[in-house]
Each structure stands twice: as structure tokens, then as C-alpha cells.
Design a protein around this ligand. Structure first.
Ligand code: PLP
Length: 389
């Protein structure tokens, strides 16, 4: 067994550790207050109130009304719910617009729609991962039921200009969904000033547990639930609430909001130092998405003449956790669709590693990574057929 204190965890875009304060907030609802929040007796009131407090905490992080928050089981469910609702409430429209760099939790639902007779327009990105607003606007037509554009990319950290995208969507009168799973708690969000209909977040990306998420549904939007059954979540998501995890998400949102400005500066400094020194120590390396606005915590770096899967294994031996492309692709030899969309050829995409920092990342961990990663790259290059030739 590996002692977790030895682990250098640089994979915070895959998931984050639970904040101890989040665990403490959850504990009473795991140990003592187990009542079903829908029950009528007083014992359940405490649970119901805690769920409503969490709704207020999440709403505060997103700058919206508590009534606009629907708790779900994960970011994937939030994304699927947004698709389902938009398409069910506009049954006459058979067209969806999305981008080439979405997480599979949007890509796959969009691909499924194609099999059901929908037309899906996929907007490409440039070499820095930037989206063309013109291409987006041109893709929208009278038949468009939904635009789904992520706010920030999980692999590169590239941030899309969601304010401008929302203006385009509003001008064309088409509902907009944004997958903000990588954004919540990392950059300020004020939905009162952002004209969009749906926004997805996931607990485990902001130091809450896995298996809880939320969907923002603009109060003026028409809505159709994905899960039907009981009248939970004001008839918007059937299923007994995962009260302890919802309480955890609320606490995590409260902490993220309180720490946001300072923490983002601290994490950006760590990330920038890591990137600068890594590029100084390793020749023929380049940051994917450089030049575009990026999340402060994410560094996707392309190294010539290496296979990232081999690098991951060697870094794992040194207890360093990072990832090749998105977490879901780890172990697969396909180049990342995000990096391919940015124009990287297969070898370049497969030579890329993603390091993602978080609230619990330290200077000492960055130092250790800066010591180990260059050695691993050097070893792999010495073994590479290109160098041997
Ligand atoms: C951008 C993005 N969207 C959606 C998801 C899926 O979230 P969840 O794991 O909560 O289903 C992820 C997880 O990696 C993600 O990075």
C-alpha cells in the first residue's frame, strides 16, 4: 500500500481530495441524521434544512438564486440533463451546436443525437485551442435547439469567452449550456450577469466527494427532467437526495468562494514556476494552449520523442500522479481529441502530459516534480528510436 503523504498529486483536473472541513460538515449526515429529507417528522427537518443551506452555498458560488440549483449525481448527469431538457422543450428543433474539444460527457450525448436523426455542428479550435465566435454564430440556425460549449477545457485549461458566447446565443434566441465542471471554484462566476440557460458543475473537482453535482437552470427556462419518479428537487430530479454529499458540495462551494482570489494567485504562481523551469530544463517541449487564456492550475506540456503512457508509468514509480490527455483516456493509445483538434499530429498529442495543481499542492511538490520529470523525459528520449537512429 502507498502512503498518501508520499504521493505528489498533480492531477487535480481528474479529481480532488476532499477538504477536511467538507468531511466534517458531512459527518453528522452520515452518522446521525440519516432521515429522508422528504419525510414529515422533525428528525427529517434538520436534513432538509441542510440540503437547502447547501443550495444557498452553491448558488452563492455561481451568483444565482438557490431555486435555480438542481442537485444531481455528477457533472455527467448535469450535462445529460441539460441536453435532455433543451431538446424535449423544443421538439421541433433538430440541430445542436457544440465544439471539438468537449469532455466526453458532452461529446457522447451529442454523438448519440446524431444517431437519432439530429444534425450536430462541431466547431473547431485554432492551434491555441481558441474558438471562433464567428464560426459559432454562423453555425446557429432556426432549427438549433441547443448550443453546448464548455467554459474551460479539462485537458489544456483553455478558457472560452463564455460572456461573448452567451451574447451570441442570446442574439440568436437559442438556449446555451456550459460545462463549467473545471471552472467552478477556479474563476469567478456571476450568473446574474451571464445570459445562459444551463451550467454544470461536479463536486469532486472542487474538494467535495465524488457522486454529487449540480445543474444551474435559469429560472426563466422551460425544463424537463431527465430522471422522473418522485417530486424531489422541486420536480426537476427524481431520487432521494444524497444529503451528506450535497452538504459536502455546499461546504466545498462556500470554501472555494472564500478562498478564490488568494488561492488562484497562489496556484498560478506554482503553475507558472513549474512551467518556466520545466521548459528551461527540457529541450523540445512546449505548453499546449499557450497564448490563450488558461485556468491558473493547468499545464499541458508536449515533449518531442516520448510516449506519454510510458512517462506516466515512470512517474508513477516515483509516486507522481499526472495524466496523459484527459483522465478517461488514460490507458488508451488514442491521441487526445482535444490536442488533435488543436492541430497536434498523433506523435505530439501522444507526447503530451497534463499536470494540474490544486489547493493542497505545495512548493515542495513542485520542486520534486521539477527534479523527476526532466529525468524521466531524458531517459525516455535516450530509448526513443528517433534518438537511437
Ligand atoms: C469538463 C468536464 N466535464 C464533465 C466531467 C464529468 O464530471 P463527473 O466526473 O462528475 O461526471 C469532467 C470530469 O473529468 C470534466 O472534466
Amino acid at each position: 500500500m502507498i502512503a498518501t503523504e508520499k504521493i505528489i498529486y498533480l492531477d487535480n483536473n481528474a479529481t480532488t481530495p476532499i477538504d477536511p472541513a467538507v468531511l466534517e460538515a458531512m459527518r453528522p449526515f452520515l452518522e446521525e441524521y440519516f432521515a429522508n429529507p422528504s419525510s414529515g417528522y422533525q428528525f427529517a427537518t434538520r436534513v432538509r434544512n441542510a440540503v437547502e443551506q447547501a443550495r444557498e452555498q452553491v448558488a452563492a458560488l455561481l451568483g444565482c438564486e438557490p431555486g435555480e440549483i438542481v442537485f444531481t449525481s455528477c457533472g455527467t448527469e448535469s450535462n445529460n440533463t441539460a441536453f435532455h431538457s433543451a431538446l424535449e422543450t423544443r421538439p421541433e428543433c433538430k440541430h445542436v451546436v457544440t465544439t471539438a474539444v468537449e469532455h466526453s460527457a458532452v461529446r457522447k450525448p451529442a454523438q448519440e443525437l446524431e444517431q437519432h436523426g439530429y444534425k450536430v455542428t462541431v466547431i473547431g479550435v485554432d492551434n491555441s485551442g481558441r474558438l471562433s465566435l464567428r464560426a459559432l454564430a454562423d453555425a446557429i440556425c432556426a432549427d438549433t435547439a441547443l448550443i453546448s460549449v464548455m467554459w474551460a477545457n479539462n485537458e489544456t485549461g483553455v478558457i472560452f469567452p463564455i460572456e461573448e458566447i452567451a451574447e451570441v446565443a442570446r442574439d440568436k434566441n437559442v438556449p446555451l449550456h456550459t460545462d463549467a465542471v473545471q471552472v467552478a471554484g477556479k474563476i469567478p462566476i456571476n450568473l446574474r450577469e451571464l445570459p445562459l440557460q444551463f451550467l454544470s458543475i461536479s463536486g469532486h473537482k472542487l474538494h467535495a466527494p465524488k457522486g454529487v453535482g449540480a445543474l444551474y437552470v435559469n429560472r426563466r427556462s422551460r425544463f424537463r427532467p431527465l430522471l422522473v419518479g418522485g417530486s424531489h428537487e422541486n420536480n426537476r430530479r427524481a431520487g432521494t437526495e444524497n444529503a451528506a454529499s450535497i452538504v459536502g458540495l455546499g461546504k466545498a462551494a462556500e470554501i472555494a468562494l472564500a478562498k478564490l482570489p488568494d488561492e488562484q494567485t497562489r496556484v498560478r504562481n506554482l503553475r507558472d514556476r513549474f512551467e518556466k523551469m520545466l521548459l528551461e530544463r527540457i529541450a523540445a517541449a512546449r505548453v499546449n494552449g499557450i497564448g490563450a487564456p488558461r485556468l491558473a492550475n493547468t499545464s499541458s506540456v508536449m515533449f518531442d520523442e516520448i510516449e506519454s503512457e510510458a512517462a506516466l508509468m515512470m512517474l508513477d514509480q516515483e509516486n507522481i500522479c499526472c495524466s496523459a490527455g484527459s483522465a478517461c483516456r488514460t490507458g488508451s493509445l488514442h491521441p487526445s481529441h482535444v490536442l488533435s483538434a488543436m492541430g497536434l499530429v498523433n506523435e505530439q498529442a501522444r507526447g503530451s502530459l497534463r499536470f494540474s495543481f490544486g489547493r493542497f499542492s505545495t512548493e515542495a511538490e513542485v520542486d520534486r516534480a521539477l527534479f523527476v520529470v526532466p529525468r524521466v523525459i531524458e531517459k525516455l528520449r535516450a530509448l526513443s528510436p528517433a534518438t537511437a537512429g
